[in-house]
Structures are given as C-alpha cells and as structure tokens.
Design a binder for this molecule. Structure first.
Ligand code: DGI
Ligand code: FE
Ligand code: FE
Length: 189
C-alpha cells in the first residue's frame, strides 16, 4: 500500500484536526526513522494508521479487547488507551495490513512497552512531538529527539506519568515498566 492509498483510507476515520495531527506524525516519524535507523516505509504507514481507531465506539473497542486480544488489561486503565491495541487489530482486519512489526508500532503507540523496537519508539515519539503538539515539556523532548532516541522517550514517559498522576488517572503498568527499563538501561551504560 502506498502513502496516498493509506491516507485516503485513514482520512475517512478521522476528524480534520486528527487528520492534521496524523500528517504531522507521518513527517516526524519518517525523519526519526532516518535519524535512528528504522524502516522508513514501515514508519510512514504505521504513523498514517496509528490513530485509526481513535473515534471508534468505546463499547465496540472493549468488545474487541475482550473477544480478540490476549492482553485484557487495557480495559482497566481508562478508555483513552483502547484505540491503540484496537487500532492495530482493525488495521489488520479491515485494512488488511499483516506486517506484525508495523502493527506492533500501532499497538504500543500510546503506552509503550519495555524493550520497544526502534520502529515502535519512532512512532511513539513522533506522536508526542509532531509539530502540532503544544503541551508543556514538548520542546525539551524535541531537543532530545535531535540526538538521543531513548532519552527522548524517557522524558516523554516522565511527562506523561506526571500528567496522569496530577489528574489522579491510572497509569498503565507497562508505561511504568517502560520507564523503569529505560532508567535501568541508562544506569548500566
Ligand atoms: O491519540 P493521541 O491523542 O494522538 O495520543 P496518545 O495515543 O498518546 O493518547 C493520549 C491519551 O492517552 C491521553 O489522554 C493520555 C492517555 N494515556 C497515555 N498513557 C497512558 C494514558 N492513560 C492511562 N490511563 N495510562 C497511561 O499509561
Ligand atoms: Fe493515539
Ligand atoms: Fe496520535
């Protein structure tokens, strides 16, 4: 599938605002893939589809987790998480993309996971720093992303975990585990 075909498919699933965000993620993901050595084509397609399920009915997504996915824990940490694993599922079954590496980049784009692949990291980070993002702390991550992928991810996780805690929202265990893994890795270097 080429860029134009993929964009035409995803455009139908998104609001204009979310589509503009997606275009920002695509450009950023390609740039990061070049910089840190991920497959550029996979980064591009994963970025195009990363928020494919963002506007799906919550009950439909909960049903997908219950009936089709192995990891049920997504049901217990807030509905915002559902679009990532369900997006991967729907992109596979509705769009027909079968590349597991690419689907994983969609699956983990919100929570991350310990030992993420470079492709997963690139999509995760691009989602956070694309030019349309304006939240507090993003500029610092953009600077880190110029040179160090893991440091940029670590800062993203710190910001997100802080953000969630401040609002008394649950933190997904694998988000914390990803943070812990990167801190440990940094200490051992
Ligand atoms: O889909 P986007 O808005 O582009 O970005 P995203 O996929 O990173 O989703 C952001 C939302 O997900 C935001 O509302 C915060 C939430 N989120 C991110 N990590 C966690 C989380 N929510 C919970 N409960 N736990 C997490 O670890
Ligand atoms: Fe998302
Ligand atoms: Fe996004």
């Amino acid at each position: 599938m080429n860029r134009e075909q993929a964009l035409a498919i995803v455009k139908l699933q998104l609001t204009d605002h979310r589509y503009q965000h997606t275009l920002g993620v695509v450009d950023t993901a390609i740039e990061l893939a070049k910089r840190f050595g991920a497959d550029e084509e996979k980064a591009e397609i994963a970025a195009i589809f990363h928020d494919y399920a963002k506007f799906r009915d919550k009950e439909e997504m909960k049903r997908i987790v219950q009936e089709k996915l192995t990891e049920k824990s997504f049901l217990d940490y807030g509905d915002e998480l559902l679009h990532a694993p369900c997006g991967a599922y729907l992109v596979q079954h509705e769009v027909g993309i079968d590349d597991q590496e690419l689907l994983n980049a969609i699956y983990y784009h919100t929570t991350g996971r310990p030992e993420m692949t470079v492709l997963e990291k690139v999509v995760f980070l691009a989602d956070y720093i694309e030019p349309g993002r304006q939240f507090k702390g993003v500029e610092e991550v953009r600077v880190l992303a110029q040179t160090n992928l893991d440091d940029a991810i670590l800062q993203t996780l710190e910001n997100t975990i802080f953000f969630l805690m401040k609002r008394r929202q649950r933190v997904f265990p694998d988000t914390l585990a990803t943070f812990n893994q990167l801190v440990k890795q940094k200490k051992e270097k």
